[in-house]
Design a binder for this molecule. Structure first.
Ligand code: ADP
Length: 215
């Protein structure tokens, strides 16, 4: 979390910038305050990353400004902590099944898995709409025919930053990414679907971040 700095905290940063490494005792002397009075300020400044403290050496300036600290905080947001449940459908399902699942689960994208449970494709609402425009009976069209299939699926991992995932949504102009875990199947790498990142996920992360930062 990044906190709005008080005048005194700004003064401490200036002292540490020019005189660091400097002990808490000496900073207190320079400000004609007691060490105890300064303790909360020093705690805030080290927690938020402006200062660093080394035992027996003292405080020193990290050289990071607010922008850098905000950037670090943004990059700390990881897919794992925000991902939603993936909604998957079997490759052998019909387009009709897909449309029903989309409504029942209240999502915009379905992840299609093969009989081993591995990611085979993605079906979006427009894929389903397009299929529904035809004259064919929707129960007769396998979803595997209309899906975007592997290896053309854009994915992310649980360890990736939310920012990287958001960039993929923008770069590839898609609404959702399957969060995957790679597993070896013989000499082939296949993917298990363990989550879902959507524009809603990113928006939630953004709102949470906005509530944390008070600079
Ligand atoms: P829609 O256009 O239905 O609002 P998208 O923008 O997500 O939804 O999908 C656009 C196209 O991209 C669709 O054909 C869909 O199959 C495909 N698509 C969606 N998500 C992915 C993904 N993660 N990787 C590759 N292709 C995708």
């Amino acid at each position: 979390m990044i906190i709005e700095l008080t005048k005194r905290q700004e003064q401490i940063i200036e002292i540490v910038k020019s005189e660091g490494p400097i002990t808490g005792e000496h900073i207190a002397e320079r400000l004609s305050l007691t060490r105890a009075t300064l303790r909360p300020d020093l705690a805030i400044l080290t927690m938020s990353g402006f200062l660093d403290a080394r035992p027996r050496v003292g405080y020193f300036y990290t050289g990071k400004d607010s922008n850098q600290l905000i950037k670090e905080q943004v990059n700390k947001k990881i897919v794992k902590d925000y991902k939603a449940q993936p909604i998957v459908i079997s490759e052998s399902s019909s387009v009709y099944d897909g449309i029903c699942t989309l409504f029942l689960e209240d999502v915009g994208t379905l992840f299609v898995v093969n009989n081993m449970g591995h990611l085979a494709g993605v079906v979006s609402r427009k894929d389903l709409l397009r299929a529904a425009l035809g004259k064919q009976n929707l129960t007769d069209i396998p979803i595997s025919i209309i899906m975007t299939r592997m290896p053309n699926i854009i994915t992310c991992t649980a360890e990736e930053s939310l920012l990287e995932a958001a960039k993929k949504l923008i770069d590839y102009q898609i609404d959702s990414l399957p969060v995957v875990r790679a597993v070896q199947n013989g000499n082939r790498t296949v993917f298990e679907v363990i989550g879902r990142v959507t524009k809603t996920t990113i928006t939630k992360g953004f709102v949470e971040f906005g509530n944390e930062v008070t600079i």
